[in-house]
Every structure is written in C-alpha cells, then in structure tokens.
Design a protein around this ligand. Structure first.
Ligand code: 5AD
Length: 363
C-alpha cells in the first residue's frame, strides 16, 4: 500500500501542484505499489494529452568534435582516445533522406559544441541542403550546444525549428563543478530564452543521478522545466565513461533507472502536453529501458540513423547500445518495443508538442 503521504503528494502534483517536497516524495518512490501508482498516473495524463503514439526522430550524430570539456562526457575536448569525425554534408543529407524514407518525419542533428564561424556556416548549409533534398517536409531539431543569438537566428532562418539544449542540472553549484572551464549556468539559461525569442520549439533536460545531485535538486530541475515553460524534455541517467574525470563516480544502475523513470513520470504530470523523450541512456542501463520510459509517460524516441562507421566514435558514456545495429534493424527493434506495450508509431507525422503548437504557428 502507498503511504498517505505519498498518495496525497501524487494527488496534489496530479492536480497542478508544484510543491518541491511533494515532488521529492514522488521521486523517492521505490516499492512496486508506489512506482506503479506514479507511472500509471503519468500514463493516464499522457494518454489524455498526447495520445498513445510514439513520436520518432531520426538521430544523426554528425560530428564528435567538441570545444567543451564537460567532466562527464566521453567526447570531451581533452579525451585523446576519441577518433574525431565530422560527416560530409552529403553523408548527413543521405542520413536525413534515409530517415524520411523510414517515415520518421523529424530528425535531430546532434553534434559536439563549437562556436566558430566555419561551424555556423556548415550548419546553415546543412539545413538548406536537407530541406532541399526532402522537400522541406522534415522537422529539424538542432542539438549543438550554446550559441550566440545571431547564430541561432541564422539557423532558424535556414530551417531549423526545434532546439535541444540540456541544462544538465538546474543547480548552479553542481553545474560549475561539472563544467570547471565554462561554469556560467545563467549564460546557458539565457540561451533557452534566446531560442524561444527566435521562434524555436525549445527543449531542455538534465542528467539524472549525477554525483552530488540530491532528490531535492532533481525536484528543482522539474520545477525549472515548468518555469521555463519548455516544449520538449530530454533527460536520462548519468552513466560514467571510463576516460573522463567522473569515471570512478558512485554508480548504481538500478537506482539510476528507477530515478530516471520517476523523473519522466513527474515531468509528464507537471507538463502534460510536452514532448518527453525516452532516451538512449535509459536503454543502455536496461534492455527494455525505452519501453519503460514510454510506460512512465515519455512519448518520443530517437532511433539512430547515423551510418554505422561512426557509431562507436560518438560514445558519450560507456555501454551505449546499438553500436553495431544499422538503421533498418534499429527500426524493427523499435517497432517491436512499441507494439509490445500496445502503442502505435506516429509515422509520417512531425509530432510537434501540443504546447508548442499552441504558442507558435506551424513551422
Ligand atoms: N551519461 C549520460 N549522459 C551523458 N551525456 C553526456 N555524457 C553523459 C554521460 N556520461 C548527455 C548530456 C549531453 C547529451 C548530449 O548527452 O546530457 O547534453
């Protein structure tokens, strides 16, 4: 039986409450009955608000060259063990084309963070070519880190209409410890405002179970998503990577999965009509991680459509799944996962979040 404290916290959050200690109580859910109660409440909200339809985005990891040195990330600048690559524009366009052929009506262009003019121009060119090759029909999300507002504007004009910029944590001190050579949390947050002002659908997210991150801090992350009024949320468990300063961080994979699923469920309760991703990192820790993410309230999945040749070089954390799985078999796998829980796939639909459509004209 769920304790009265937990049950009333769930009721309050389900009714629009935003008390951080209620969120903490939900995040702490561990025994079967509480976890089931939390996840089913979130699933009911998902069903009502966005339907039982998994939205797919073809993920293109187009470059692992990165100017940043995040202490947790496998492709950080100071990791000499990474074979750096940047796909040719033609290869990226081909991957986008493949995504469209598969019926993924949206793609995500994800790459390491760079702020130089050559990079800016490359992205402009990419966007224009992708739209030309796919009849302007594909939804395009960029996920290439913090950028100046003028750069964001150029990319928006060139046809990107969504942008994912994870805050990684809403805790300024933890953020500074994780990013010793770019500790300015507020600067990153302002970038989210810039994205919104430039007319993007805006996504953010955090890593879950970071060293030094409490449940209270995760509750504040959730409230940050609500305050920032984001359209999309992408978050997953932190997983140590052997060649990073956080290699030896305390790590309990069962706890990470549990917390990540509880975070998804709480995010669904707080932002009922947002697009929420069931991320690859979740799948890395549990063989049915992605389905479990959907069952906890997520509605977006991001199958990789990058050519296999580069898959291993884009290793943000250890144990990343699908390193040797081509785009066609990962699609079959995904279809099985979604069918197994009785949902359908929104093939051919861009799948914009209702909350974004309410705010912006259809791009
Ligand atoms: N574990 C989990 N997620 C990670 N990311 C980077 N490194 C790790 C890790 N070790 C996530 C960050 C980043 C996104 C591209 O990948 O949240 O924003």
């Amino acid at each position: 039986m769920s304790s009265p404290g937990f049950t009333s916290a769930l009721e309050r959050i389900g009714n629009g409450g935003q008390d951080p200690s209620d969120l903490e109580a939900l995040l702490a859910a561990q025994d079967r009955s509480r976890v089931d109660a939390l996840h089913s409440a979130a699933y009911a909200v998902k069903k009502r608000e966005v339907g039982l339809v998994a939205r797919l985005r073809g993920l293109i990891e187009w470059s692992n060259t990165c100017a940043r040195n995040c202490t947790y990330c496998g492709i950080r600048r100071d990791n000499p063990g990474v074979e750096r690559y940047t796909l040719e524009v033609e290869e990226i366009v081909a991957a986008a084309y493949r995504a469209r052929e598969f019926g993924y009506a949206s793609i995500v262009l994800q790459g390491g963070e760079r702020q130089d003019p050559a990079h800016t121009e490359r992205v402009v060119k990419l966007l224009l070519k992708i739209h030309a090759a796919t009849g302007g029909e594909l939804g395009v999300t960029l996920s290439v880190g913090e950028q100046d507002r003028s750069v964001l504007r150029r990319w928006r004009q060139a046809g990107a209409h969504r942008y994912l910029l994870r805050m990684e944590t809403s805790d300024r001190d933890l953020y500074a410890r994780l990013h010793p050579d770019h500790p300015d949390w507020e600067k990153r947050r302002r970038c989210l405002d810039d994205l919104r002002d430039e007319g993007y659908q805006v996504g953010t997210g955090v890593m879950i179970g970071l060293p030094g991150q409490s449940l209270a801090s995760l509750a504040r992350d959730l409230l940050f998503f609500a305050t920032q009024d984001v359209d999309m949320i992408g978050m997953g468990p932190f997983i140590p990577h052997a060649d990073t300063p956080l290699a030896a961080a305390d790590f309990d994979s069962e706890r990470q999965v549990r917390l990540a699923l509880n975070m998804i469920a709480c995010a669904r309760l707080l932002l009922p009509d947002a697009n929420i991703a069931s991320t690859t990192a979740l799948q890395a820790l549990h063989c049915r991680g992605r389905e479990r993410g959907l069952l906890a309230g997520a509605n977006v999945m991001m199958p990789n459509v990058t050519g296999l040749r580069y898959r291993t070089a884009y290793q943000l954390y250890d144990g990343k799944p699908s390193l040797d799985e081509d785009a066609a078999s990962s699609r079959r796998q995904l279809e099985r996962s979604v069918a197994a829980i009785g949902e359908t796939i929104g093939y051919g639909e861009r799948g914009d979040a209702p909350r974004a459509l309410a705010r912006l004209p259809r791009p």
